[in-house]
Design a protein around this ligand. Structure first.
Ligand code: MSP
Length: 513
């Protein structure tokens, strides 16, 4: 089994401050990174900012500042957001860094040397907002404005000398690659979209621009800057110290395990990126997963639409873990999902405060009163106990499999069911009525504590801070979390001390009460 796991988020445009869509991509990637770490994998988790191109140049001009200064400022807000979201990223890359331009220039030179790039002239539509070229059939006119049918963004006509990448030549090899690597693009529906797009025919791709200067220069012709997507995609290699292919990071982590992206940037990751890499004789990533959008009402949440739920404001008002839990649970992974403050509040109350928080409080308080904050000494499992404990063991491989296929929904369902079952177990077994049968009372408490331990381990990738607080009951710290320990039923040492915990999640009072 491959023990190395490399996961990436998209690198974000620092053209505006971060919003919920960015937070979503990052939180999901962090979830996978944390899960694989506690599964015992050697993980590299990368995020960063995508700082070149016309979009950024224009945004900087609009503010009247030098683009580098502009990027320094906004890139910092993304770095700060990473901390605020408690991301466990191992690196944060900026495309304005030297290590990155070196890597892009090298990739360019290889492509040029291999005859994959030629000089010609581009005339066609370009969307600065998407940094994408569109064909005539991808354009429509709305209120006498030309827009991309694909993204809805405005397009402009450009005509300039440009280098082209021979994308058309890679049509058949790409189809062969998709066929041989059926899980390269997930979810399945997106894969079909990509395959039919490629089957429709690929045109050579313009990979340089001449009419502005904010970017990495074409090594052999300084009048041109390298197309921002060729530049940006290469970040995934730069962070591993490419072009030094003997570097340990590169050797351990390339090809990437998963590029996690939003569905709007699938074309770049699932078509252009593997084509560039195949052409340069570099292995493509193992998987590109295109998640859905966070919607507000029926629309994509985005700055230009002005319908933003600000992650920073939500975190300040409700806390980080509630936001992480809510986004992972509420948005059916792979699909679009609507979010709202009302639904967030009810999720905090039901799942976090009532089900998880309350379970921990009740069991520990009962233990304190009756067992003096000690793990029970004498216990014996009856069928009910074994049944509920066994569920973790018998579902272990399925859970791993779910995560390896980015099936977060199954994982979340499992946790929700187990939270419900654990509460029900404690209620039904009525330890408070077993004061004359101390062994039974002890057994119920032991099982309940084991359930709390197991559930907290499963919750750790989702709500790391809260899960760690709970695991502190048992003096388990972050480095000691081992996913496979959920298969064990008697890990808690008899007679050892446990710690009390403070309230984990405050219930939100409804404004209508
Ligand atoms: N810079 C490029 C990515 C380059 S990767 C080599 C880019 N940046 S972005 O800032 O516009 O978007 C980054 C990610 O945020 C994309 O995956 C996009 O799908 C995601 N989101 C932006 N708005 C979103 C929602 N409303 N919902 C969910 N994710 C969305 O594209």
């Amino acid at each position: 089994m491959d023990k190395n796991f490399y996961i990436t988020t998209p690198i974000y445009y620092p053209s505006a401050n971060p919003h919920m869509g960015h937070a979503y991509s990052s939180i999901i990637a962090d979830f996978f990174a944390r899960f694989k770490r506690i599964q015992g994998h050697n993980v590299f988790f990368l995020t960063g900012t995508d700082e070149h191109g016309q979009k950024i140049q224009r945004a900087a001009e609009k503010r009247g500042v030098d683009p580098k200064k502009f990027c320094d400022e906004i890139s910092k807000t993304f770095r700060d957001l990473s901390r605020l979201l408690n991301l466990s990223n191992d690196d944060f890359i900026r495309t304005t860094e030297k290590r990155h331009s070196k890597s892009v220039e090298n990739l360019w030179k290889i492509l040029e040397k291999k005859g994959e790039i030629y000089l010609s002239k581009y005339s066609g539509w370009y969307s600065v907002s998407d940094e994408a070229f569109y064909t005539e059939d991808e354009i429509e006119e709305i209120n006498s404005k030309k827009k991309s049918k694909v993204s809805g963004s405005p397009v402009e006509w450009i005509e300039e000398e440009s280098y082209f990448f021979k994308l058309s030549k890679w049509q058949e090899p790409l189809l062969k690659f998709y066929n041989e690597n059926p899980n390269f693009i997930l979810p399945e529906s997106r894969k079909n979209e990509v395959i039919s797009f490629v089957k429709n025919g690929l045109k050579d791709l313009s990979v340089s621009r001449k009419s502005f200067s904010w970017g990495i220069k074409v090594p052999s012709n300084k009048d041109h800057v390298i197309y921002v997507w060729l530049d940006a995609l290469t970040n995934y290699l730069s962070a591993l110290n490419y072009p030094d292919i003997n570097d340990k990071l590169y050797k351990d982590f390339w090809p990437a395990s998963v590029h996690l992206i939003g569905k709007d940037i699938l074309r770049f990751h699932a078509i252009y990126w593997p084509a560039f890499l195949l052409a340069a004789n570099i292995k493509p990533p193992k998987r590109v997963y295109g998640h859905g959008w966070i919607l507000s009402g029926e629309e994509k949440m985005s700055k230009s639409k002005g319908n933003i739920l600000d992650p920073i404001e939500i975190i300040n008002n409700y806390g980080l873990d509630p936001l992480r839990y809510y986004l992972i649970k509420e948005v059916s992974f792979g699909n679009d999902g609507n979010i709202s403050k009302e639904k967030l509040e009810s999720c905090i109350n039901s799942d976090l405060a009532n089900n998880f928080g309350n379970l921990c409080q009740r069991v520990v308080a009962f233990n304190e009163k009756n067992l003096n904050l000690k793990i029970p000494n004498q216990y014996e499992f009856i069928t009910d106990d074994k049944k509920i404990l066994e569920i973790y063991n018998s579902n272990y491989n399925n859970l791993i499999n779910d995560i390896d296929n980015q099936n977060i929904n199954n994982y979340m369902n499992f946790i929700q069911n187990q939270l419900f079952s654990a509460n029900k177990y404690f209620n039904d077994q009525e330890p408070w009525n077993k004061k004359t049968d101390l062994k039974r009372m002890n057994s119920i408490v032991y099982v309940s504590l084991e359930l709390i331990r197991k559930i907290s381990i499963l919750l750790y990738p989702i709500i790391p801070n809260s899960a760690l607080k709970v695991l502190k009951i048992f003096n388990i710290d972050e480095k000691q979390i081992d996913l496979s320990s959920i298969k064990e039923h008697e890990l808690l040492k008899k007679n050892s001390n446990i710690n009390k915990i403070s309230i984990l999640f405050k219930k939100i009072e409804s404004k209508n009460d």
